[in-house]
Design a protein around this ligand. Structure first.
Ligand code: MN
Length: 169
């Protein structure tokens, strides 16, 4: 959260300051369409009190044969999930933000009884996350796989999992 705050001047940006997130039963995900100097989609997964975040230049695909680059960015505060608005151009991440899709998600690293076999923080550390998204636009299983770290930035691939081939509850 420190990095998030350090990058922003809240007297000039309408973005929320970090506050404590809610820890409801179902974690949430959000995808914000961000018309910055280059249009991209910010994919965020709630893990505890923060939103783990990736910038996805092309946005998510619903086609399992499409791999989408997702560059991990700093954790955002939970309150960012419903942020929409225009950030002044000179601020970090300037441009207009719209919620493109939102809903809850489930960690798919589970056994037959639905018990978690790997927590989200552990899956993130290991560089392989599989989740089921229950959004308005996106519904189904997605994977995020870290494939390299370049100049301190972790690059992941966001891929739709073929649902028929995925054991889900
Ligand atoms: Mn962004």
């Amino acid at each position: 959260m420190r990095l998030y705050r350090d990058k922003r001047d809240f007297s000039h940006s309408p973005e929320p300051r970090a506050r404590r997130g809610k820890s409801g039963k179902q974690p949430i995900f959000v995808i914000q369409k961000h018309a910055a100097s280059t249009l991209h989609y910010d994919f965020r997964l709630q893990v505890g009190n923060v939103l783990k975040s990736w910038a996805v230049p092309k946005g998510p695909s619903t086609d399992p044969s499409e791999k989408r680059l997702a560059v991990q960015v700093e954790d955002h505060p939970f309150d960012y999930a419903d942020f929409e608005g225009t950030i002044p151009r000179k601020e970090y991440g300037g441009g207009t933000v719209l919620v493109w899709d939102a809903g809850s998600y489930r960690n798919l690293k589970i056994d037959e009884e639905g018990k978690e076999t790997m927590s989200m923080p552990e899956a993130l550390r290991n560089g392989h996350v599989t989740v089921w998204l229950d959004g308005k636009k996106l519904r189904g299983a997605y994977s995020l796989t870290r494939f390299r770290v370049e100049s301190g930035k972790a690059q992941w691939l966001l891929i739709k999992i073929d649902d028929n081939a995925t054991p889900v509850l």
